[in-house]
Each structure stands twice: as structure tokens, then as C-alpha cells.
Design a protein around this ligand. Sequence first.
Ligand SMILES: *[C@@H]1O[C@H](CO)[C@@H](O)[C@H](O)[C@H]1NC(C)=O
Ligand SMILES: *[C@@H]1O[C@H](CO)[C@@H](O)[C@H](O)[C@H]1NC(C)=O
Ligand SMILES: *[C@@H]1O[C@H](CO)[C@@H](O)[C@H](O)[C@H]1NC(C)=O
Ligand SMILES: *[C@@H]1O[C@H](CO)[C@@H](O)[C@H](O)[C@H]1NC(C)=O
Ligand SMILES: *[C@@H]1O[C@H](CO)[C@@H](O)[C@H](O)[C@H]1NC(C)=O
Ligand SMILES: *[C@@H]1O[C@H](CO)[C@@H](O)[C@H](O)[C@H]1NC(C)=O
Length: 510
Amino acid sequence: MKMSSAAQLVLHHLFWCSLIQLSLLTKLSGAETITVTTNGETIEGSPQPAVEHVEEVITPIVTDPGRMRLVQIDPVEVGHIRRIEIEPGHFYEMKTVAVNPPVFLIPDFLTLEECERIKSLAQEKGLEKSRTVLRHSVDQAVDTNLDPYFNKDTFTKFDEDGNQFLNIAEARKALTYVEGIGNMSDQAFTYFIDIVVDLDSDRFLSDLEFRRIPLIMTKISEWIANHQDLEKWDPDDLARMKKGPDRLSHQVWMKRPVYDESKNITNRLIGLTGLHPDIINTSEELQVVHYTPGGHYHAHHDSTNFIADRPCSHTAHLYPPDPTRHLHSARICRYMTVLYYLADTEEGGETAFPAADNETFSESTMVKDNKTIEPSNLSMHCKDANLYVRPKKRMAVMWYNHFFDHNTGWMGDRNLFAFHGGCDVIKGEKWIANNWINVDNNYEIQMKFHYESLHKTDEPVINTDITPKAAETTEDQKSPPDETEQETPHNAAGESIKSEENVVQLKQEL
Ligand SMILES: *[C@@H]1O[C@H](CO)[C@@H](O)[C@H](O)[C@H]1NC(C)=O
Ligand SMILES: *[C@@H]1O[C@H](CO)[C@@H](O)[C@H](O)[C@H]1NC(C)=O
Ligand SMILES: *[C@@H]1O[C@H](CO)[C@@H](O)[C@H](O)[C@H]1NC(C)=O
Ligand SMILES: *[C@@H]1O[C@H](CO)[C@@H](O)[C@H](O)[C@H]1NC(C)=O
Ligand SMILES: *[C@@H]1O[C@H](CO)[C@@H](O)[C@H](O)[C@H]1NC(C)=O
Ligand SMILES: *[C@@H]1O[C@H](CO)[C@@H](O)[C@H](O)[C@H]1NC(C)=O
């Protein structure tokens, strides 16, 4: 895309207006443009009021010396730009595009090489739509070959492009064996795959979905017999087909040593977020997602709301045994999301925040131009979102899924306004990666989690993992005593040793 599609945007308004519809096209780094749209319209040039440029280093904060605290970077106001020095001499621009939740864009966060490398590693690994639990149960069911045709070898034979998936054309060839498929129209076949065969609705057959076919052969035959004519289709089937799945994409998970051997990205993320390295280092693997035209992810929350008695999934194993545990599903606890665009997308594929900086939040309805719409449905309502960001290769979008509790220095309630999703890709491909930053609202459990994950030895732990930059900051940027706690520099060594004490204490309690 680059300049040409940016130029397509015809821009009329040169003022900011917080409540009226507004959007902007800002020039950040040199000639490169990024497109951000808030509340519907687009403005050219620098946003007003004049943007403040600040050079700063985001540092973890500690008030009660030694107790680890989270950081939540102050968004200041929409349009605010910081220049942050993460690697020595290397500045990154960080622009506020929403205040509630705080959403930031960091245009040149990844290098081109990093984008390419992550994409090719993901392709090598084979992008898959994995619903782990579903896979597991199907795997258990497909333990014997009911029909020897549906085995791994047949699958491989028809996987002509060798991507570990049968696309619709490949599936069609592989399934000519099944009676009634030969004379099906292409459209009917696509529906058939979507509705009957494709468990995870990604429009590709994994080998698991292929090997499962004999188990559902009766259902398949009945379905084919009843759906020869599109006109005679069951209205529910048609509705389901039209609605489409909530998520239409392929994804793959990657471990840090695989995609970030040099630790450059991880260290940059530590510098960007200002969070303690233990939090970043123990967070989820990177998720790489690939969308093709039609691909989308309807708006959702990345983190589950706090519910007593339900542990976070990343720390569930650390809670005292609870015989009723199986009755409650675990929560997904993600303090922040950092999303990277690994490619430009020709058209569509925006990351949308329907309720960014909105007065009130409603997941199910939203009134726009006197019409009631369903804001989560980004296929229909991408451009009705208060904020949407156009994919731009190398850019990171960072936001907080939770509030920061200033009293405890730890994670507060979930921020409902962080509701977001991916709009339909219209043309081209969309490649993104997600770094979710996991924090348990129970401080002691999170500390124990760090200990268990990073230091499984009996040795006392003294962290040496604060990057030199952060350590220098402690010396260089001593804040005057009257500054707010957000600016208080942190003492790396003191913090780490004290967190370790907390962990030991906790181990005794449990
Ligand atoms: C496909 O073939 C079956 C049986 O051979 C027949 O009943 C059915 O009407 C055909 N469907 C179409 C769309 O031609
Ligand atoms: C999105 O909206 C369109 C048009 O109203 C509708 O056909 C479709 O079913 C909706 N999708 C979802 C997932 O609600
Ligand atoms: C955390 O990750 C960074 C970057 O990969 C690394 O330099 C540091 O040693 C890690 N710290 C721990 C405690 O694993
Ligand atoms: C990591 O960063 C260093 C310093 O900027 C650079 O020299 C090195 O090439 C980077 N490594 C990779 C794999 O990008
Ligand atoms: C945004 O606020 C308006 C006015 O309070 C409300 O009608 C609308 O539903 C809100 N939008 C969302 C997505 O919650
Ligand atoms: C919405 O409806 C009200 C009352 O019916 C009307 O006064 C107003 O002009 C309408 N607004 C829009 C944007 O259509």
C-alpha cells in the first residue's frame, strides 16, 4: 500500500474535535504516513492541538521499595507523541490514539527483517486454526481408521501445496470419493465444508478434520441428500453460513527462543512497556495470525473479567488444590496486548476499537446515526468503531485490557472499553502477531509464577535481567521528590530481591 492508498483518502478537516466524528492521517516518521481513524472522519496533517514531543524512557515504578509494581503509561491525550529511547541512541515514536483504554501506536517497532522472519517461521511451522480442546477430543475419537482411505497418507497426497491443510480445491479433489460431492456446485461445496466438516471454521481441512470424516459419514450422507438444492436449504444452515464464524484466520504459536533468538524483540518490549522483565518473560508465546480476504475477528475482550474463585489460566496450577476447580473454567488474564503488523494489507483488516473513548459501553447494541447496530460485528460495522487502525508493516499497537490500581500498584478491573477486533480483509493479506502480557490479579501468585517459570532451582534468585538501559535510567533520571509515583525511577536490584522474598514467603504459606 504505502503512499498510494493513503493518498486515496480525501481529507478535508483540519481540526480536532473530541465528541464530533474525527479521524486523522498523521505523518510520524519522515515521509511515511499512518492512518488512524477516530469517530469516522479523516483529517490530514498534524493533529491539533500541537503535538508534544517528549523524549523519555518508560521505567518500571516502585514506591514501596522492593515490591514489584505494574506500569500503565499515561496516554495524556489523543495525539500525544513520545519519543522513547529503548535501545541506546535508538528512539521510537509512541503516539496516543485513545485515552480510554490507553491505546498507543509505535510505527517502526519491528525491523523489516524481524517481520519477514516471523512470517516465514510461522509458515514453516504451519499456520493452524487450533482449538486445542476440540482437537484433543477429536484426536481421542479418531483412534482407529474406520475407513482406511481417510488416513494421513491420503491427506498428504492431496495437500498439493504442502501447507498441512487442504484448501477448498484440494478438499474437493480428496472428497470426490464421497458420493454426492461430484455434482455439487462450488458454492454448495464450500458451505458443506464450513458447516459439516470444518470443525474450526477456518475453511481449511487439517489432517485431523480429514481423518474425522469416517466418524461423521452418516451425518455427511444425510446432509448431502438434503442439500442438493440451495433453495431447499434449512434456514438455520443458511443463516449460519451467512453469519460466518466469529474468527476466520489461521494462527500459530511461537516460543521466544524460536522467533527471537537474539532477544532483541523481548528486550524492546520490556523497554516499551516498562514492565518488570519477569512479567514479559513469563507471558504467553507469540501468536502469529494470517488472514486472507474475508478473514476477520469480531470484537472481543482479550482478558476475562475478575471472578472470585476462578484462577487465571496461566497460574491455575499454583493455587492450592481445589476439588471443585473443574467446575469453573479458568480466566484468561492479560493485562496488556501488544499487536504487531507484519505486513501492509491492501484493503481492510483494520484493528477496530468500537468503544474507545466512548461515554458508555454496550457490547450488544450501539446507536449510530439513529440506527441500532451490533458493534461487535466488524464485518458490518468496522467503520462505525470509534477508533480503527490501518495495518502498517512494522507498527505495533499497544493497549491496556485492565486498569492500573494506584493503591496496590497492581492490576485493577478489566477495562471494558478495550473491546476490539479485526475488520474483514478486503484485498490482500493480513499478517499480525500478538504478544499478550499475562498478570494474575493476585500479586503473590504472580510472583510465585515468575519463580516457578524462571528459576526452577533451589538457588536463591538474584535477578540480573534488568536491561542496562533501565539500570542507567535509575541513575540518570532521578525524579524530584514531588513528582508523581508514575515517574519514580525504580531500583532494579532492590525490587528483584524483595520479590524473591515474597515468593519464598508464599511458598511457605501454600
Ligand atoms: C447430484 O446427483 C444426485 C444423484 O446422482 C442427484 O440426486 C442430484 O439431484 C444431483 N444434484 C445436482 C445439483 O445436480
Ligand atoms: C454481521 O452483520 C451481518 C449483516 O447484518 C449479518 O448478516 C451477520 O450475520 C452478522 N455477523 C455476526 C457474526 O453477527
Ligand atoms: C528475560 O528476557 C530477556 C530477553 O530475552 C533476557 O535478557 C533476560 O535474561 C530474561 N530474564 C530472565 C530472568 O529470564
Ligand atoms: C539485535 O540487535 C543488535 C543491536 O541493535 C543488532 O546488532 C543485531 O543484529 C540484532 N539481532 C537480530 C537477530 O536482529
Ligand atoms: C457509545 O456511547 C453511546 C452513548 O452513550 C452509546 O449509545 C453506545 O452504545 C456506545 N457504544 C458502545 C460500543 O458501547
Ligand atoms: C435522529 O433522530 C432524531 C429524532 O427522530 C432527529 O431529530 C435527528 O435529526 C436524527 N439524526 C440523524 C443523524 O439522523
